[in-house]
Design a protein around this ligand. Structure first.
Ligand code: HEM
Length: 155
């Protein structure tokens, strides 16, 4: 992606994320919907990274809600790291890839999480989640994942 296309894509992701953040208790709302979707589409993939079950999301288990808050703030941090200089963002994502390899995160987790996040945002934002917004999230999540995996391989 050239830096001009990247700028438009980042704006789209940033604006839609700001709309999500206006939802009351957005961390819990996004966290519950995201994890429920991740576990719905791939129930057997998460054993080495998470101890949760779908009951925890559906019954709003208190420990899970605390975790969901932290997890969604992690995504918020990643959105805010996006800036005009592609190379700086890439370097930061390389470092995050190294820490995440140590947390047991595999490429398949990133792929499933990216797809589940797009589905979750579409559900929360309705018609304002346009095909362009969807494509922008796909591009940014792909960029995050590729940079994280690259960082983990090179370290
Ligand atoms: C299944 C996928 C993922 C798992 C299991 C995971 C897990 C974690 C864990 C355990 C931490 C440490 C939290 C703490 O103790 O403070 C963390 C931090 C973080 N994660 Fe994730 N993460 C995942 C995906 C992602 C993705 C896709 C991004 C970015 C797009 C991301 C961005 C971050 C950032 C920025 C931090 C804080 C800095 C760091 O620890 O490197 N994570 N993550």
């Amino acid at each position: 992606m050239d830096s001009c296309a990247f700028f438009g894509t980042v704006s789209e992701v940033y604006d839609s994320w700001e709309r999500v953040k206006r939802i009351p208790d957005y961390e819990e709302t996004v966290g519950i919907a995201l994890f429920d979707r991740m576990f719905e589409v791939a129930p057997d993939q998460w054993g080495n990274v998470f101890n949760w079950t779908r009951d925890d999301f559906q019954n709003k288990d208190e420990k899970f809600l605390g975790f969901a808050n932290k997890f969604v703030r992690m995504l918020d941090l990643a959105v805010h790291m996006l800036g005009p200089d592609l190379e700086i963002v890439e370097e930061q994502m390389h470092d995050i890839g190294v820490s995440h390899r140590n947390y047991g995160v595999l490429p398949i987790h990133l792929q499933l999480m990216g797809e589940s996040l797009a589905h979750t945002l579409q559900g929360l934002l309705g018609s304002s989640f346009t095909p362009a917004t969807k494509q922008a999230w796909k591009d940014i999540f792909g960029f995050w994942s590729t940079s994280m995996i690259q960082g983990a391989i090179e370290a």
